[in-house]
Design a protein around this ligand. Structure first.
Ligand code: FPP
Length: 246
């Protein structure tokens, strides 16, 4: 446990699956007269702080939106830099993830990701595979609509091959085709956090956010801290989730 006061009230009602849209790296850099890449670099430090705190608080899965299927539209230089981040991140932080019993996972479309990036992610997944604590789940080259389309194709194939009957398709069967089947039973998000003051979903876990609670922070991602995560957890604790019931 870190050297900071316990938030006792948070302890007994922790969301299992917290997902974060880490927004505002570019604006953080602009505000401080730096380059965008410096913002992403600082964003990695925030990932470290927030992952450790989430793990200490008892979160089961922390999903971070690190690169979306739309981020390829950024200037090639920035895309290249973003692709190098996992290499740098895991090089530095895997020992700390090990100390905290954190297991790395990835959801996203691996095909378009450069070899060295893929290798760094796969290595981190392999090195942490025996850890039994929080799953640090990177959404990398991830897009919610593409995920749903791929799940549909997979179900279609199962029907065509006779493995599945159309009448047997249920929400559970559909959900099992999504990329988040790698984090079952925590497929669905309980608390969604977005930094930088923007209030939109940006194609992130569209199915899985159906009943999540949203928490928006005005802070740019590089300024995000464990204390802000605690604030979000406290806020979540005071929400009443009814799932359509009264
Ligand atoms: C959003 O800020 C942030 C990103 C697109 C990238 C987030 C990635 C990281 C913080 C590091 C990823 C690290 C690993 C280990 C995968 P923005 O650039 O959209 O900011 P802006 O809206 O202010 O321009």
């Amino acid at each position: 446990m870190g050297n900071y006061p316990q938030v006792d009230t948070v302890i007994d009602h922790i969301p299992d699956h917290v997902a974060i849209i880490m927004d505002g790296n570019g604006r953080w850099a602009q505000r401080t007269g730096k380059e965008r890449k410096d913002g992403h670099q600082e964003g990695m430090e925030a990932i470290r702080r927030v992952s450790i705190r989430a793990s200490e608080r008892g979160v089961k899965v922390l999903t971070l939106y690190a690169f979306s299927t739309e981020n390829w539209k950024r200037p090639p230089q920035e895309v290249k830099f973003l692709m190098q981040l996992p290499v740098k991140f895991f090089d530095r932080f895997v020992p700390e993830l090990q100390e905290n019993n954190i297991r790395v996972n990835m959801i996203g479309f691996k095909d378009k990701v450069p070899g060295s990036t893929k290798k760094a992610i796969e290595k981190a997944i392999d090195e942490t595979k025996h850890n039994t604590g929080m799953v640090l789940n990177f959404a990398f080259n991830y897009g919610g609509r593409a995920e749903i389309v791929e799940a549909t194709k997979s179900l279609f194939d199962k029907i065509t091959s006779g493995e599945l009957n159309k009448k047997d398709i249920s929400e559970e069967i559909f959900q099992a085709e999504l990329l988040t089947n790698s984090i079952t039973p925590y497929d669905n998000v309980d608390l969604l956090i977005r930094s930088s003051g923007e209030q939109r979903l940006s194609n992130f876990l569209l199915w899985q956010n159906a009943y999540s609670e949203f928490y928006f922070s005005k802070l740019f991602w590089p300024d995000f801290t464990g204390e802000i995560l605690d604030k979000a957890l406290l806020d979540y604790q005071n929400r009443s989730r009814r799932y359509g019931a009264i």
